[in-house]
Write a protein that binds this ligand. Structure first.
Ligand code: 1GP
Length: 240
């Protein structure tokens, strides 16, 4: 599978994509088969795996377990270099463009090269933009960066375009996991209308309505983690 080509194709055809975000520190591996039965009955198209931290190095085992359960593409969404495993299909090679911390702009990326240069993982260059979700999220704490205020649409747009012009293949607008407020639809629309590459939106999306709003505003792919962690019945509302 070429993950990026499939995202481009979906964007061209106007098919919306949904990634289920699995945090290795939170998933219960004893329940993984039942969890994936629900995933497969839903409109989910991708599995993202990652978290701000993975103190106990669980990612490798969790990804191996996920690969046994699903044919959906499994994409790493790593908080740091320790969360890279060859068991996945691809990796979002993130650069935190909203922040001014060199560790997450380029340093972690350099540290990852020994794990990526001979790997079969599909590497997808992604501009990652943290937007204020009205809650201090783990991404903010761990990255030691400030999110961009939702009111600052121009800065959000210019950051996204700086990402595209510097060669990123995806832009990810992130309100932070568990955000109180997701990225506003007007922000999604402005960025979408000016961007040529696919747009990912995530953080704080907890209802079918919010998911539809993000899609209608222009998100090509939406990421949901917390809502599925809190209540697997949410998958039933998102049946194919
Ligand atoms: C976080 O965008 C993802 O990185 C998903 O956020 O956990 O709030 O769904 P939630």
């Amino acid at each position: 599978v070429n993950i990026y080509q499939n995202i481009l194709l979906a964007k061209k055809e106007g098919k919306k994509l949904l990634a289920v975000l699995i945090d290795p520190e939170k998933i219960d591996l004893n329940n993984i088969t039942a969890f994936f039965e629900k995933v497969h009955q839903s409109i989910a198209t991708h599995i993202f795996v990652g978290g701000s931290t993975d103190i106990n190095n669980l990612t490798e085992n969790v990804v191996a377990a996920i690969k046994k359960e699903t044919q959906l593409p499994v994409v790493l969404f790593p908080g740091d270099v320790k969360q890279i495993t060859q068991q996945a299909d691809g990796i979002l090679f993130l650069s935190l463009l909203s922040g001014r911390n060199p560790e997450y702009l380029i340093e972690q990326q350099i540290k990852s090269i020994p794990f990526l240069k001979d790997s079969n993982l599909e590497i997808i260059s992604t501009g990652y933009i943290l937007i204020d979700g009205q809650k201090e999220t783990a991404t903010q704490k761990v990255s030691n960066t400030k999110p961009i205020a939702q009111e600052n649409t121009e800065l959000i747009l210019n950051t996204a375009l700086a990402g595209e012009f510097s060669g990123k293949k995806l832009i990810y607008l992130e309100a932070g996991s568990g955000a109180k407020v997701p990225v506003a639809t007007n922000i999604i629309t402005v960025v979408k209308n000016n961007l040529s590459i696919p747009l990912i939106v995530g953080g704080g999306i907890r209802s079918k309505k919010q998911l539809e709003n993000a899609f209608n505003a222009g998100a090509d792919l939406v990421v949901i983690g917390t809502a599925f962690e809190n209540d697997e019945a949410f998958f039933n509302q998102l049946k194919k």
